[in-house]
Design a protein around this ligand. Structure first.
Ligand code: KG4
Ligand code: ZN
Length: 360
């Protein structure tokens, strides 16, 4: 029997500084230092502030991950680091740090695509066999991928503009609800009437699995302005009803597009029948329930990794590094940081994608 590989993972592509130690499919430690408070007053992630914070925190984060895992650098088989896509300053901080450790220890350096980290998480948590259908849905990503292997991804659709998480955050801002917007809009929506403000469902009637969310933000803004103009302000019930209308539209779009993506996937790969979700928006109760219902209807296994592994973390980077190493792959000290790095470079570039979310 071959020994399980033990890797240190490093993630710094957006606003989470993270380090983790993973052995095989066992997470020995996973440390995440969020930066939400640093960016709060700016209403979004400020790349320069993020990069500085990563550079300051990475050492401590890595030390903590090694300590919790009770692992020395000499016990490791390699260093995996997010080499893109993401905010370039942050990605560079991580890559430089990983190169330093690799140069000092002589350990192999493995560059990992951040999106591959998310996409391979169901294998880390549930040992899901290839091929499976994956929906990455967060503040920066929204795409359907058929994951055929550790470096083989077929993108069958995604957002052509904003990611749904970004739309949740913007909606919260418009309605005066706290950030991050997803959980506060979900909470408000639970007390709301989704029929009072029926929001548009862009691209719903177009064929295929592409989606659009930017018009939804404008629609929420207009609906809010309409209420404010008439009543002079928003009541809690207005906030709840607008939130419910918005969440209903996102749920409807994601459900219909997932139904089509499942159809495509099941036609191509009828033998494995697994659908997995990742990303912060996967935490949303009604969205999760709707997608789970689709899987039940089609006899497909539904996999939703625990939330801490759905959102940005370094355990997924270490694990993706393990899969690369198991295939004899590694990089060297010339590894470069990439702001853009599509998983499926055969897929046609999508209009507007990559311009909005930090990692879209
Ligand atoms: O995956 P993630 O932590 O970071 C990246 O964007 O990469 O996702 C964060 C996003 C935010 O936009 C947040 O508002 C959204 O996920 N989110 C939610 C919920 N919890 C977090 N959206 C809808 N419902 C939620 N319960
Ligand atoms: Zn991410």
């Amino acid at each position: 029997m071959t020994k399980d590989l033990t890797l240190l993972g490093i993630e710094s592509s957006c606003d989470d500084t993270a380090a983790a130690v993973v052995r095989g499919t066992t997470i020995l430690s996973s440390v995440v230092y969020g930066q939400t408070s640093l960016h709060m007053e700016f209403g979004g992630v400020v790349p320069e502030i993020a990069a500085r914070a990563h550079a300051e925190k990475l050492d401590h984060c890595i030390e903590e991950a090694l300590e919790i895992a009770k692992v020395q650098l000499t016990d490791l088989d390699g260093i995996a680091v997010t080499a893109g896509p993401g905010l370039i300053g942050g990605v560079l901080s991580g890559v430089m740090c990983a190169k330093g450790i690799a140069a000092a220890t002589g350990l192999p350096l493995i560059g990992v695509n951040h999106l591959a980290g998310h996409a391979l998480t169901p294998r880390l948590t549930d040992q899901v066999p290839y091929p499976y259908l994956m929906l990455l849905v967060s503040g920066g990503h929204c795409q359907f991928l058929i994951v055929e292997g550790h470096d083989s991804y077929r993108r069958i659709g995604g957002t052509i503009d904003d990611a749904p998480g970004e739309a949740f955050d913007k909606t919260a801002r418009i309605l005066g609800l706290p950030q991050p917007g997803g959980p506060s809009v979900e909470k408000a929506a639970a007390k709301g009437n989704s029929k009072r403000f029926v929001m548009p469902r862009p691209l719903l009637n177009q064929p295929g699995c592409d989606m659009s969310y930017s018009g939804l933000k404008t629609a929420i803004l207009r609906a809010r302005d309409g209420v404010v103009e008439k009543a002079g302000g928003l009541t809690r019930q207005d906030q709840a009803d607008l939130s419910a209308g918005f969440q209903d539209a996102v749920t409807a779009i994601l459900t219909e597009k997932t139904r089509r993506a499942l159809e495509t996937y099941l036609a191509l790969s009828p033998e494995t029948k697994t659908f997995a979700i990742a990303g912060g928006v996967a935490a949303n109760g009604p969205i999760r329930a709707a997608l789970q219902g689709l899987c039940t209807d089609t006899g497909t296994t539904f996999v939703a990794p625990p939330l801490a592994l759905c959102t940005d973390n370094a355990a997924m980077i270490a694990y993706a590094g393990i899969e690369r190493m198991m295939h004899g792959e590694a990089d060297d000290l010339t590894l470069s940081a990439r702001p853009r790095w599509p998983l499926d470079d055969q897929a046609a570039p999508m209009l507007g994608s990559g311009k909005k979310g930090a990692k879209a």
